[in-house]
Design a protein around this ligand. Sequence first.
Ligand code: ADP
Ligand code: AMP
Length: 215
Amino acid sequence: MRLILLGPPGAGKGTQCKRIVEKYQIAHLSSGDILRTERAAGTDLGKKAQSYMDSGALVPDDLIIDMMVAAMKKAPKGYVLDGFPRTMVQAEGLDKALARAGEKIDAIVNLVVDDALILPRMTGRRSCPKCGAVYHIATLRPKVEGKCDKGCGDLVQRPDDTPEVVSNRLKTYHHQTAAVVGYYQKKNAVILNMDASREISQVSKAIFQKLDSLK
Ligand code: ADP
Ligand code: AMP
C-alpha cells in the first residue's frame, strides 16, 4: 500500500502515520523527520535545510524531491508519505518518480482541522530526540512528565514549535501547501477527507475503516 498523508502542521500526521505503519506494516517516510536526521548528522543536505526549517519556510523543492525519491526506493513493501508533497512542484516531481517506477499512490488521507486547534497542538508537542516518539503535554502525556515512555530519557520541544515559527509555518501551509489537495482532486485521486479535530484514537479508527474498505 502506498499512501500520502496531507494536512496542516500539527494536524496529527506523524501521530496517525505511526499507527498506520504499525497496522499495515509499511514504511513511514516523513520529510520533516528525514531532514531532522540529516541536520543531526551534519550532512550537506542538513546544513542547507537548517535556515529554512528554523524560520518555518519550505526547504527548496529539488532537495526535497531527491531526498524523498531516494527514501521511496528503499521501501519496496509500500509507504506512507508524511509532509510530502508540500508544493505543486513536489507533487509533479512525485508523479514523475512514480511513473518511472511503474507505481501509483492508492489513497491520499487528508487531515482536516481548523487553524484554531493547531497552535495548542504544536506548542504542547514534546518529542523524543532518540526514538522520535511524539507526545503532548495535555492530550498524549508520557507516563512520567518530560520522559520518553520507552526509557530513552528527556523529551524536548522542537525549536520550530514556538508560537512565532508556528504562525509562519501555518502561513506557509496556506500559501504553498493547501492547494496540493486540489492538484489531486483534479487528477481524480482517491482522497479520504478526515475530521482530525477529534480525539487521536477516533481519528485512527476512522482512517482504518476507510483504508480497510479500499482493499
Ligand atoms: P504533524 O505531524 O501533523 O505536525 P503531530 O502528529 O506531531 O502533527 O501532532 C502534533 C501534536 O498534537 C502532538 O503533540 C500530538 O501528540 C498532538 N495531537 C495529534 N493528534 C491529535 C488529536 N487528534 N487531538 C489532540 N492532540 C493531537
Ligand atoms: P514537519 O516535521 O513536517 O513539520 O517539517 C518541519 C520543517 O521541515 C518544515 O517547516 C520545513 O521547513 C521542512 N520540510 C519538511 N517537509 C518539507 C517539504 N516536503 N518541503 C519543504 N520543506 C519541508
